[in-house]
Design a protein around this ligand. Structure first.
Ligand code: NAD
Length: 475
């Protein structure tokens, strides 16, 4: 079985007490890797290493171009190891290989390249004052960044946090999700090979509560916490951060609404709506899990949508042709099954899909569900979509906004006025018009309400991972 250790101060190490846990392959439902199980001891060692690397190591002092060269070298290595990295995420959490190797690995490399270049090319404001003084802004690195990641896009979301933190001169302690530890250790090995100095990127494995995750949020010497995960965990982490007054960025859950208007290009709307709910087997914070279709096209859209869902290839995630793999873990499978099993009791009807073998849930389309049902309100985080018709634009906007979440929404229309009007009215951090999941890494990314606090991306990441400083000069 493969072994993945912590990565602390430039070395891959086991836990001090030798503790380990297994990572289970959701397709075979057998352990495929053994992983070091860290706790407070390993976190303290990693934070101390990151502190040393920040306070007296070369990284914060070497300048944007030199750091950028190392980050670009790491991106080259990530691309060169696409098979290994893609397969690590696939075996850890069942993501179809076409998505892990074909999408997440290139995106991870792009995260590293983009933030390296963004930091190097960034400009800062100079303010000539009426008094004759000049004020200018310096973006000093914040220090030691704690990054806590979820299991649904392991490598891609870890690099989304690590890349800007490192590019701006910080050092990092990463705690990957316990379900997806492998690619983080692989990334740290590659970072060392790329020439990243010891202590700059540390990885500690373990669970959340009473384990490495909690210890990291409570550790002295951490200057920023960036977290992606469930809204309930975000609340716990915000409380831990408040105790030490550490700035925290929270990218949390979602329950995205997808509005299809009768004037939309239906081929395009069906195509993107399928991707919006079934990409990564529905385990996407941005999933379009609430689908509202305007009544004149409701029946036609639904017929085409169901046919497209039924045409998806379900099965072994290591096969290039597979589109829907198993759910990520036994626990998560049980949670999603609970929602599927309760559809009829809640008053709804399954048009297609349902439970498959092992930890498979087939692409599932649910209709006739009362608006008060948990299926409309709670994040199912699986390949399950609830669909309902609507009549007016106002009704659609009202339904879309009727959620404590506010991460994203989609709308499909060929009416330009409607596109702008509805985008403005939706309470969400991102609105996609006639598309889904297209990202410009300069754009703000984050959520409203239960979907999080703060924004990351481009200058928004700079704001979070630095201490902007005003220097006022008399000249
Ligand atoms: P989770 O909250 O269970 O775990 C996320 C991470 O936090 C893991 O590394 C876990 O070990 C750690 N953790 C758990 N409890 C902790 C604690 N008390 N202290 C410190 N660390 C703790 O989330 P998950 O199930 O891994 O991920 C799925 C969730 O992530 C979904 O809700 C999804 O919507 C959300 N998500 C959001 C975004 C976004 O960008 N907004 C992106 C991806 C996933």
């Amino acid at each position: 079985m493969d072994f993945f250790g912590h990565f602390i101060d430039g070395q891959e190490v086991p836990s001090a007490d030798g503790a380990t846990f297994d990572s289970v392959d959701p397709w075979t439902r057998e352990p495929w890797a053994r992983v070091a199980l860290g706790g407070r001891v390993e976190v303290e060692r990693a934070v101390a290493a990151a502190r040393r690397a920040f306070d007296s190591g070369p990284w914060p002092r070497m300048g944007y171009a030199e750091r950028g060269r190392i980050l670009h070298r790491l991106a080259d290595l990530v691309e060169a190891h696409a098979d290994e990295l893609g397969m690590a995420d696939t075996r850890d959490m069942g993501k179809p290989i076409s998505q892990s190797r074909g999408n997440d690995v290139p995106r991870a490399a792009m995260n590293l390249r983009f933030f390296a270049d963004h930091a190097r090319l960034a400009t800062a404001e100079v303010l000539p004052m009426d008094s004759g003084h000049h004020a200018y802004t310096r973006f000093e690195p914040a220090g030691v960044v704690a990054a806590i990641a979820p299991w649904n896009f392991p490598l891609m979301l870890e690099t989304w946090k690590i890349a800007p933190a490192l590019a701006w001169g910080n050092t990092v302690v990463l705690k990957p999700a316990e379900d997806t530890p492998a690619s983080a250790t692989l990334l740290a090995r590659l970072a060392a090979e790329a020439g990243m100095p010891p202590g700059v990127l540390n990885v500690v494995h373990g669970y959340g509560p009473d384990s490495a995750g909690q210890a990291l949020t409570e550790a002295d010497g951490v200057d920023r916490i960036t977290f992606t995960g469930e809204s309930a965990t975000g609340r716990v982490i915000a409380r831990a951060a408040a105790r030490r007054l550490v700035p925290v960025s929270l990218e949390l859950g979602g329950k995205g609404a997808n509005l299809v208007f009768a004037d939309a290009d239906l081929d395009n709307a069906v195509d993107w709506s399928i991707k919006a709910i079934f990409t990564n087997t529905g385990q996407v914070c941005l999933a379009g899990s609430r689908l509202y279709v305007q009544r004149p096209v409701y029946e036609e859209f639904l017929a085409r949508f169901v046919a497209a869902a039924e045409a998806m290839t379900v099965g072994d995630p290591t096969l290039e042709t597979t589109q829907i793999g198993p759910l990520a873990s036994a626990e998560h499978h049980a949670k999603v099954c609970g929602y599927v099993r309760s559809v009829e009791a809640e008053g709804g009807k399954i048009l297609t899909g349902g439970l498959g073998d092992g930890w498979i849930v087939r692409p599932t389309v649910v209709v006739d569900m009362p608006a008060t049902a948990p299926h409309w309100r709670e994040e199912i985080f699986g390949p399950v979509v609830v669909v309902a018709p609507f009549d007016t634009e106002a009704e659609a906007v009202q339904a879309a906004n009727d959620t404590p979440y506010g991460l994203n929404a989609m709308l499909f229309t060929d009416n330009l006025h409607r596109a702008h009007r509805v985008s403005a009215a939706l309470r969400a951090g991102t609105v996609w018009v006639n598309c889904f999941f297209i990202r410009d890494l300069r754009a703000p990314f984050g959520g409203v309400g239960d979907s999080g606090i703060g924004r990351e991306g481009g200058t928004f990441s700079r704001e979070f991972f630095t201490e902007p400083k005003a220097v006022v000069m008399q000249i």
